[in-house]
Structures are given as structure tokens and as C-alpha cells.
Write a protein that binds this ligand. Sequence first.
Ligand code: TRP
Length: 347
Amino acid sequence: MSELSQNNEVKKEKKKISLSFIQPSGSITLGNYLGALTNWVTIQNSGDFNCLYAMADLHALTVRHEPADLRKQIYQGLATLLACGIDPEKSIVFLQSHVHQHAELGWILDCYTMFGELSRMTQFKDKSAKNADNINAGLFTYPALMAADILLYQTDFVPVGQDQKQHVEIARDIANRFNGIYGKTFNLPEPYITKSGARIMSLADPTKKMSKSDSNVNAIITVTDTDNEIIKKFKRAVTDSGSEVRMGEGKDGVNNLINIYSAVTGKSTEEVEREFEGKGYGDFKLACGEVVADRIRPIREKINDYMNNRDYLDQISAVGAERASIFAQRTLDKVYKKVGLVVKKHN
Ligand code: TRP
């Protein structure tokens, strides 16, 4: 074997591991799609990583929900991953709750995570302010379960939005602490924050991020919106009293629309400005609605197909869970051994 092909062999073995989970809470928005999902698909299709993608359904239990709604959202999340291009032949796709090692390592990591560091988590502070009547222990220890999600697979990269960076950092701190006590057990993960220029903002209040938990349906575009809904929402999008389609300070609404149009068409923002020179906001909003509707349509149709075929979704997630569980158990056995538990004999 030549040196080069030997190197390639080594490289193949050492493919980096990329892992990301998404919470099953409401339809994925255009912001999630352009900011996160398209990226996940790129990472998957690059062939440079072994990828794991899952629905964080256990994390969803930290806030109150209707059981039937949650179940539907789990299926819908899975359907959305597939519809957006996550390919179960290329990536391991599963439900967190189907791989029991997550809850098990989560408990162990609870015992290596400090009250003080959990108290400092921004998301915990935000969520407990919003759910003052349900500040449960799960909400508090959420980051330790997320650390388990990541560390079980000896993950190298965690592609997440800025809001989850702190959680990846605490996972790294927990791993470091554990490794410090017991010797190298976990790989240290790194957050992989996408530099995507397009931060998609609310259509109703363009100073706020487009968020799937927004109660104003006109503020957000979701991957399950119909063509008509999309066009209507863009027509109603908040702009300013000006009329030129140009980026500028104090023009948050127009800036957001230009960013969206640019992200969807792949044109630079300057090209977009040139394309709409001499045209007003009305024309531009309609054009935005149309390009977004064209992009969402095939995704929505695929989601609907998958939702009408839950047996298929069950099958995909069962295969994914089985594959994930093999890797997860390896790490869990290692952890059992290190902390002094008895490793169960596997037949
Ligand atoms: N906390 C993440 C979110 O709300 C979801 C999540 C759970 C996650 N486990 C993870 C993300 C592991 C990345 C890796 O978006």
C-alpha cells in the first residue's frame, strides 16, 4: 500500500463525529431551516464526518405539554429532518428516548455537575422566568442530559446556534472534570457555530430573532406553511416608511427581507438591491413570498407524505436507535468501569 493510500485509510477511520439534536416543539421555522438544517445537510453530504441527528424528546419533557401534541411533534420533527435532506443512509437518525443510554449517562453526569454551574446557565434562567410555576429538576439538570447526548458518541463537533453554545461548553467542562478524575474517558466536543450571515428575524418585529415559540403566527414562517400563508405573511411583514429596497441602519424589516431573499436565492445582498432598484416594498415583499414559497413547498409536501406514513418513520428511527446504541453502550461501559459500577455482561 502506498503511503498516500495508507494515509487515506487512516483518515477514513478517523472521520470526525458531528452530532446535533433538535427539540420537538412546534414547526421548524424558516430561520431554523436556513440557519441550522441546511448546514446539517451540508455537513452530512461533505462526507467528512460521521453524523448523528436526533430529536431531543426527553428534553421536551422539561416543559408542560399535551401528550398527543408532543407525540405528533416528535414525528413531525423526524419527518422534517428527512424532508430537509438528512439521509438515514448517510447519518444516524433517531429519537433520544429510544437510546436508553442517554438517560443513564445523564444521571451519572448529574453527579459530576455542580449546582453553581447549572445555576449560571442562561437558558435555565430564561426558562424558569417564563415557567415560574414549573421550575422542575429536569429544567435545572437539562445541560447534564445534553452533555450525555454529546459525550456518549465521543463527539468532536456540535453544530448549534449561538444560544446553545453555553450548553456545549458546560458539556466540555463536565467531560474535562470527569477525565481529570478517572483518566481520558470522553472526547472534548467543540461547538460549531455557523457563520451564516443570515440571522433570520421575526416578520412582525424584525429586531427579534424569528422563534418557533412566537405566539404571533404572522411573525414566523414555518416549513409546514402553505404557499398562501407564506405570501400573506410576507405581504404583512413590517418594514419602514421608506421605499427603496436597500440595506440600511434603522431599516431592520427591509434588511431582514433582503437577507432572507439572499439566503434563499444564493444571491449576494448587493445583487438583491440591484435586482429591485426602482421597485417598491410591495413588489419586493411579493417576490420574497414567492421565492420562499418555492423553497418550502417540496419540503412541506415531503413532510406531509412522511406524516401519512408513520410506520416508515418508526422503522427509520428504530434502525437509527439500534446503530446509535452500539456506540453509546461502548462509552457507557467505559464509564461504569471508571466510576466503580459493575459492567453488565452483554450476550
Ligand atoms: N438543547 C438543544 C436545543 O434546545 C437541543 C439538544 C439536546 C442538543 N441535546 C443536544 C443540541 C445535543 C445539540 C447536541 O436546541
